[in-house]
Design a protein around this ligand. Structure first.
Ligand code: ADP
Length: 188
């Protein structure tokens, strides 16, 4: 059983690495950002609610995000393990995830933290904006997303560090190099 969290600033390459790691371990890749974007595209009520926050670089309220993750982790494909990408992102989400896992008889094996400095991630996100046109990849919104990450999400790394779960990985370099580092820290 492999149950992982992937954490890191916007633009650190979480999504790309999450797909590779999930495929390697044969576990579902659960990206809250992707679930929100799919809902926006389909015009669901959840999507309309999420869009109001995402377009400004703010986090979607915990109540909305927590309920969505609880449902997703109740699906049987997560029984052999899972990779959470983009969740938890706030201290209350850490508490909620603890409760969800306790209720479902699951546990966490590791938290992989991908590091990258602000100048590098801003450049990557602007490049992605030019290619993919993601709505929240404008310079103004990117700056806000980085501020929110530092204020809300960096503190949760300390919580998981205290539990001895954090494996830090340098996010600079090619996709293959970063992937090899992650596999190495996971003992793969
Ligand atoms: P990135 O990490 O590159 O900013 P994501 O695709 O992970 O992109 O998330 C995009 C947006 O979705 C976030 O900026 C936020 O508005 C929303 N979001 C994703 N996950 C969460 C979460 N756990 N809690 C609150 N909002 C979230």
């Amino acid at each position: 059983m492999t149950s992982l969290i992937l954490i890191g600033p916007p633009g650190a390459g979480k999504g790309t690495q999450a797909k590779l790691i999930a495929a390697k371990f044969g576990i579902p890749h659960i990206s809250t950002g992707e679930i929100f974007r799919a809902n926006v595209k389909q015009g669901t009520e959840l999507g309309q609610e999420a869009q109001r926050y995402m377009s400004r670089g703010e986090y979607v309220p915990d109540s909305v995000t927590n309920a969505m993750v609880r449902d997703r982790l109740a699906q049987p494909d997560t029984d052999p393990g899972f990779l959470l990408d983009g969740y938890p992102r706030t201290l209350p989400q850490v508490d909620e995830l603890d409760a969800i896992l306790a209720d479902q008889g699951k546990r966490l094996d590791a938290v992989v933290e991908i590091t990258a400095d602000a100048a590098e991630v801003t450049a990557r996100l602007l490049d992605r904006a030019a290619k993919e046109g993601r709505a929240d990849d404008t310079e103004e919104v990117i700056t806000r997303r980085l501020q929110v990450y530092a204020a809300e999400t960096e503190p949760i790394v300390a919580v998981y560090s205290a539990r001895g779960l954090v494996r830090k990985v340098d996010g600079l370099g090619s996709i293959e190099d970063v992937n090899a580092r992650i596999v190495a820290v996971l003992g793969g």
